[in-house]
Design a protein around this ligand. Structure first.
Ligand SMILES: Cc1cc2nc3c(=O)[nH]c(=O)nc-3n(C[C@H](O)[C@H](O)[C@H](O)COP(=O)(O)OP(=O)(O)OC[C@H]3O[C@@H](n4cnc5c(N)ncnc54)[C@H](O)[C@@H]3O)c2cc1C
Length: 428
């Protein structure tokens, strides 16, 4: 049985869906928002930390100084921003020991600095739109592993780049494009280490709360816990089906990431280029976990030795005075972020003098409505995620940070993508 008619159905209540819903509603459209989970926010996920009163972001969190749309939305919906604590204590895990005197030992300093300079030049050339450097070496369509091999840098330098990879490219070194790392280095004149300077604020209470506020302000009809399985073009618009029912509207915004689109069937079928991009997907595969520990000064940043937890930043104090540390590593067969003993062992490597109290995380790769973390293009498949490939198909528009026109991979990109999709439908 068909449901009553709506102007636009928005599928997915992440930040892209929230932005599309708000913009369409402000333009006078009757919007129905359908979300698979029992909450809004998607890969923005604020929830209580295990055994603590604190609510933490288990998905995305940081915004940069130039994320003006998110900043404006935060102000518009009465939320606030928390500045990130400065890095006041920089440590490296090197040859099994935590050191404070630099990423590499003296015999590697020259080669280390040469590699850093090479990355800086490549990153700036990539930002200027070049797909190769002045030596004719590829900057796009090359995996991170192949790029690191080309650098011929000492092992500790490789380890530091690998740590920053867990917060930039964030996937299998052999599969994900090195350009994901170089693009993040470009924020601070090509320096990998400079990335963190631009993670300037987090939203209080959280990104999920912002998405909720935007959706509430839109007045849209909101349906939770209803995964969409089919999208069909019909004579007078679009039908969107779940296992429970069929919804009908004049148009639809699919506010779904490229890995989430894998589970949606289309009739008529999507064009080949979109189908290829969905089949390839993206390779974002980091884990993010929160550790609560005693004996770690806030502001401590430790990068690892290319395995396990590779990146750990002591962000702030919990109510009980212990420190909340945000940690990243890659989802690999060896890493076991779901195993408390493994996490404890990792913490004692990075913080030998600390006591881990507890930890908590969310498995984004296993999550059926995420199927990965933030977007990370596979080497050689970057074009599929270009925004040009995600233009509307008649009354069906597409919106996700994964293939946003600008700031792809960020919440800001999700807002841009959602607003662009709404705009395209309003103009059509
Ligand atoms: C661990 C982690 C850390 C991150 N760190 C940052 C950061 O610091 N800063 C930053 O800006 N970004 C960060 N990101 C990225 C950011 O979270 C994403 O770019 C953004 O949330 C994507 O928004 P979206 O709306 O495009 O997709 P999503 O948030 O994934 O929204 C899609 C929505 O669609 C729903 N859905 C899926 N399938 C269906 C279906 N079949 N039917 C109906 N609904 C469906 C999902 O449940 C979800 O709510 C991070 C992401 C992760 C996972």
């Amino acid at each position: 049985m068909s449901e009553k008619e709506t102007d636009v159905i928005v599928v997915g209540a992440g930040m892209a869906g929230a932005a599309a819903t708000l913009k369409l509603a402000k333009a006078g459209q009757r919007v129905k928002l359908i979300e698979a989970r029992d909450r809004c926010g998607g890969r923005g996920f604020l929830r209580k930390f295990d055994g603590d009163a604190a609510e933490l972001e288990f998905g995305g969190a940081w915004i940069t100084p130039w994320h003006g749309r998110i900043r404006a939305l935060v102000a518009e919906h009465g939320l606030s921003l928390r500045p990130r604590h400065e890095v006041t204590n920089r440590l490296w895990l090197r040859d099994g020991l935590v050191c404070s005197n630099g990423a590499v030992s003296p015999e590697h300093v020259t080669a280390h600095e040469r590699a850093i300079a090479r990355v800086a030049v490549d990153s700036i050339l990539l930002k200027k739109g070049s797909s190769e450097n002045e030596k004719g070496e590829a900057l796009r369509s090359i995996s991170f592993a192949a790029y690191l091999d080309r650098l011929k840098c000492p092992r500790p330098t490789r380890d530091v780049f690998s740590a920053w990879w867990t917060v930039s490219g964030n996937g299998d070194h052999n599969l994900v494009a090195a350009s994901e790392f170089l693009a993040s280095c470009s924020y601070d004149n090509g320096l990998a280490e400079g990335m963190i300077r631009f993670w300037s604020d987090t939203v209080v209470p959280g990104m999920g709360a912002l998405a909720e506020a935007m959706i509430a302000a839109s007045g849209a009809e909101r349906i939770l816990a209803e995964p969409v399985t089919h999208v069909a073009r019909v004579a007078d618009g679009v039908q969107v089906a779940s296992a429970k029912r069929i919804h009908q509207a004049k148009a639809c915004v699919l506010a779904l990431g490229v890995n989430q689109l894998k589970k949606v069937h289309f009739s008529a079928a999507l064009p080949q280029a979109k189908r290829d991009a969905v089949a390839t997907g993206h390779g974002g595969r980091s884990f993010k976990l929160w550790v609560k520990a005693e004996g770690v000064p806030v502001g401590t940043l430790v990068t690892g030795d290319g395995s396990g937890i590779e990146f750990a930043f002591a962000e702030r104090k919990a109510e009980d005075g212990a420190t909340l540390i945000v940690c990243f590593g890659l989802m690999t067969d060896e890493n076991r972020p779901g195993d408390p003993a493994w996490v404890r062992e990792q913490c004692s490597r990075l913080f030998p003098n600390a006591r881990m109290v507890s930890y908590d995380w969310h498995d984004w790769v296993d999550d059926p409505f995420a199927r990965g973390t933030w977007v990370a293009a596979l080497a050689g498949h970057e074009d599929g995620l270009e925004n040009a490939n995600w233009q509307p198909e008649g009354p069906i528009a597409f919106a996700s940070s994964d293939y946003a026109r600008e700031q792809a991979g960020w919440f800001e990109g999700a807002v841009i993508a959602g607003e662009d999709a709404a705009e395209a439908l309003l103009k059509s």
